[in-house]
Design a protein around this ligand. Structure first.
Ligand SMILES: Nc1ncnc2c1ncn2[C@@H]1O[C@H](COP(=O)(O)OP(=O)(O)OP(=O)(O)O)[C@@H](O)[C@H]1O
Length: 573
């Protein structure tokens, strides 16, 4: 059966039995992904995935090369056409798999569908034990993997870790929630070997000053990566610093900063210290950009270039990781790497089929709040992450939901204090928050394992933004659900998102796919419509009236107080 028909007939189901080995990678001791008694995201039909959407078939030893609809015997032309649409839609200019594999001696590891480009690509390692043996991974580090429930490597880990351990520069693109963090942290710890304060490191010529740097676009993500580092560092005295105003000030003492092993930071913070002359990076041997496409966009590029220029060690290794890498940014990335290995897990710029995606028409902005309230009146799977397009809208929506009796609503965006942001994250991690309203700041990298549903209250600003936002669910092998509200104004951009949804195995209406493809210029306008700061206009009127009433009462009180004073005052005063 043709994949296109199969999908348009009412969706696909992620067949967990068939893909058991990969799903089990993420499940602790037989833990089921249906922990919650409430109903889960419902699959539209019980078909298994068509071949080309089947990332996990490689778990059964299949060949990694994608061929249109081999299994169901369809000609695959529409599928190929569709792939082409999606690639264009996401600024993708990837060569066909066939060409790639012939020309670049790519390897297709058996367990996952991975495309590897580059000269002499390293052999994948299917177990952590194999990595330990092949690359002399320190015993304590190896033990920490199991301690933290990292039993089997994921696809990106099987290929990415060997590439980094063989001292190659790497550009890696792997879907959200597939374990990219461990893919770059494990090689850093293995290569550094011992904390620089140790005798062993001194003997091995570790030099003075920080040896590895990981850069992330947001404070929250940097914090999360720091926590992952601490898991791997257990049992040894690594000095790992989450760079902040306070830690930067402590490190202004050279004798302290000379003993630091790893720094995790946002770009601006690091650049400030470099410019002040209070941080030297000439001993850095590992530089990682997490969410590389974000870090290489115009907002951060200059800062990244400044950091890179400061890392002057002759053996500097650079690695870039993300779930998305649009063609233009990829060119910049590749230009910064030397003799790189380029790794793509699954289809580039495509979410995992674990996320059941859908789009809901809500006519106009005013109709969104009632639609969300209707949605939340049905059983839903907390915690839910809701994305809005601006900070005031996030705050306003959180307020509205609370006023409408929805419990445990929280809000997180860059407009609140650092302490408020940290508290919101803690509440979310503890499971105290059922609905978290946020902005793009939470779209990338954040790993709340339990997020069951993502709602795009406001339309995403790009295909990449869509992929990262919905990627907050369906993590570590769990299922998730993503709903995107769209208004008439979002109409011109529907096709871009509809193609991504189709590509990853969820159902979309035929009419969406038949919409004209927006031009590149037009796509830049995606999600950037002007929206009111307050999500409930009626409340605005009510608020205005309340303020007016309050002012009238205050004025009248003031006047009567004046009258009283005049009456009480003696005639002579
Ligand atoms: N080998 C493994 N076995 C089990 N769980 C793992 C493994 N590797 C990573 N995980 C878990 O999977 C989750 C997702 O990992 P991570 O945050 O690194 O994903 P990611 O690919 O970086 O996602 P994003 O693109 O959203 O940043 C984490 O909770 C992590 O602990």
């Amino acid at each position: 059966m043709e994949a296109f028909q199969l999908l348009s007939r009412g969706g696909v189901k992620f067949d967990k039995n068939r893909f058991k080995p990969d799903v089990q990678l993420f499940q602790k001791n037989g833990e089921s992904s249906s922990r919650d008694p409430k109903p889960k995201a419902k699959d539209a039909n019980s078909q298994s995935l068509p071949t080309e959407l089947d990332f996990f078939k490689y778990a059964e030893g299949g060949h990694g090369k994608r061929k249109a609809s081999e299994k169901d015997g369809s000609p695959g032309t529409k599928r190929a056409k569709l792939d082409e649409d999606v690639r264009m839609n996401s600024d993708e200019e990837e060569e066909t798999d066939g060409k790639t594999q012939q020309e670049d001696s790519s390897v297709a590891p058996q367990r996952h569908r991975i495309t590897m480009k580059g000269l002499n690509p390293p052999q994948e390692a299917v177990t952590f034990e194999e990595m330990k043996e092949r690359y002399s991974m320190p015993a304590q580090l190896y033990a920490n993997l199991a301690k933290n429930d990292y039993i089997h490597p994921t696809g990106i880990q099987s290929s990415g870790i060997p590439a980094l351990l063989e001292s190659r520069d790497v550009a890696a693109i792997s879907p959200t929630g597939t374990g990219k963090t461990l893919s770059y942290l494990l090689p850093i710890f293995t290569k550094l070997g011992s904390p620089s304060s140790s005798q062993q490191a001194q003997e091995n010529g570790s030099g003075k000053g920080v040896r590895a740097i990981v850069i992330a676009p947001t404070r929250e993500l940097a914090h999360q990566i720091h926590n992952e580092c601490l898991k791997l560092a257990q049992g040894r005295k690594w000095r790992i610093v989450l760079f902040s105003k306070a830690t930067a000030s402590t490190l202004s003492d050279k004798s302290i900063r000379d003993k630091v092993d790893i720094i995790i930071s946002t770009p601006l913070r690091l650049v400030s210290s470099i410019q002040e002359g209070s941080l030297e990076l000439e001993n850095v041997r590992h530089l990682v950009l997490d969410e590389a496409d974000r870090l290489l966009d115009s907002e951060f590029l200059e800062q990244i270039q400044e950091i890179t220029a400061a890392c002057t060690h002759p053996n500097l290794q650079k690695a870039m990781f993300s779930a998305t890498l649009p063609a233009g940014v990829e060119k910049t990335a590749m230009g910064m790497l030397q003799d790189p290995i380029r790794l793509v897990v699954g289809l580039k710029d495509t979410p995992l089929p674990l996320i059941a995606q859908s789009m809901t028409y809500v006519a106009d902005d005013a109709s969104k709040l009632p639609s969300l309230l209707t949605y939340l009146a049905q059983p839903y799977n907390p915690p839910v992450l809701v994305f809005t397009s601006s900070q005031p809208r996030a705050s306003s929506l959180a307020e509205e939901l609370t006023l409408n009796g929805i419990r445990n609503v929280d809000c997180l965006h860059a407009g609140i204090t650092k302490k408020e942001r940290e508290d919101a994250i803690t509440r979310m991690r503890k499971g105290e928050t059922w609905i978290l309203i946020s902005t793009e700041v939470m779209a990338r990298g954040m790993d709340f394992k339990g997020v069951r549903e993502v709602i795009n209250y406001d339309f995403p600003t790009s295909v990449q933004s869509y992929i990262h936002r919905i990627g907050r669910t369906g993590r570590a092998g769990r299922e998730g659900k993503a709903v995107t509200f769209f208004t008439d104004e979002d109409g011109p951009f529907l096709k871009s998102i509809a193609n991504v949804i189709l590509q990853s195995g969820s159902t979309v209406s035929d009419w969406m796919l038949k919409l004209p493809k927006p031009s590149k210029m037009k796509r830049r306008q995606m999600g950037k419509v002007k929206r009111p700061e307050i999500v409930n206009n009626a409340r605005k009127v009510g608020r205005r009236e309340a303020v007016k009433k309050r002012e009238m009462i205050t004025g009248s009180k003031r006047r009567s107080a004046k009258g009283d004073e005049a009456r009480e005052a003696p005639p002579s005063s």
